[in-house]
Design a protein around this ligand. Sequence first.
Ligand SMILES: *Cc1c(COP(=O)(O)O)cnc(C)c1O
Length: 477
Amino acid sequence: MNYISTRGNSPKKKFTEILLGGLAPDGGLYLPNQYPQIPRDELEAWRKLSYADLAFEVLSKFATDIPAEDLKAIVHKTYTAEVYHNARPGSDTTQITPLRTLEPGLHILELSNGPTLAFKDMAMQLLGNLFEYALAKQHDELNILGATSGDTGSAAEYAMRGKRGIRVFMLSPHQKMSRFQTAQMFSLQDPNIFNIAIRGVFDDAQDMVKAVSNDHAFKEKYKIGTVNSINWARVSAQIVYYFKGYFAATKSSDEQVSFSVPSGNFGNICAGHIARMMGLPIRQLILATNENNVLEEFFKSGVYRPRTTAETAHTSSPSMDISKASNFERFVYDLVGRKGETVRDLWSGVDAGKSFDLRGSAHWKNIKQYGFVAGHSTHADRLATIRMVWEKYGVMVDTHTADGIKVGLEKREAGVPLICLETALPAKFEDTIVEALGRKPERPAGMEDIESLPQRCEVMDADLDKLKAFIGSNVPE
Ligand SMILES: *Cc1c(COP(=O)(O)O)cnc(C)c1O
């Protein structure tokens, strides 16, 4: 399998060649040159596999340059019940992503039982093991630099802690994360994890990461890399649980299901799109946004209008507060018939802060065949959905999952089972749960008191030279 760029102007690469990198040299995103097709008999054979064996089957279609034995060892190390143990009582954690049935035809796929209680662990844990494997082979090292407002940073740290050849420098806005999120990250004592609290807001931290990435000499000298959501290996790892969820909700591979996906950067639902392109019988891909509805607007109107950061609202489902969707280009590449030239044209506008409008183009006429429907949810909808699911089914869901359930119920077709992806556990967003239910969410065992653990963190002004000096002093020459 070869990987090509959505902008059509980069040389073909193999899976391990794009594993540690970000954007393609022409500014595009990597995608397989064609999607593997899974015929019905192969699909039926996959039905009885464990999560790790299923992950091996799916990923071996994409990571064709990793020897089968090595890939098998990596997925078995990644997808074990010991790693995904933070489930509510009664969930079968040996399934890794247990399916919780609320009523016949309505399910929640539990993707958030990993170490940081969000679905990002599903892909990030694999990335940690893949990075360690690849770096050991190349006798190389990597220093991951990132900025986080919560979920991504903690998932990256828990995936990379203790990994040979890897250090993580994670910037966050000083005293702006929730107490739980802060404790999750800052209580890590692993010597390869560096938390840096920047006196400023998230954008200040993000700007510092961008500035370091643009300093090519520094970047090269200190082997700086990222783990953001455009990383192809992350997307490919997320394809697996669409298959797993499908098998758990159906009895035969003649049946269809729909998925509802709380969306921000379009990474999670992009994996669903690819699973569908591979032949998984998905009826609808229901895209749920919060008040920041850039993507809903596109699927309803054909107009993609990225917002400025000033236009982006801070909501009670904060991991979906995005101004533009970094993985969206991958879907548009397919929609326009995989023409790099067209994507290049569209994104020359997007990169300059402009919108594009596909209405009236031949491509927009094809949109229906991809199965997307979209809707949004507001703070009031979120509270009402959390209450409804709690009162009717006795299940407590987080704010993002609630957005998915709200839009899923609104858009689903009668007679087709609906699987709502659970992207975080409620313990992560305690304040809004208290607002909705008047009670605190339960915490997984061992996390009852994480706020009282000793914390380790470097507090720093938003000063680029100080950041570079800090990295320099912690990376041996
Ligand atoms: C990251 C995240 C999302 C959004 O996922 P995308 O892949 O960016 O669309 C939704 N919910 C939670 C809890 C998240 O952490």
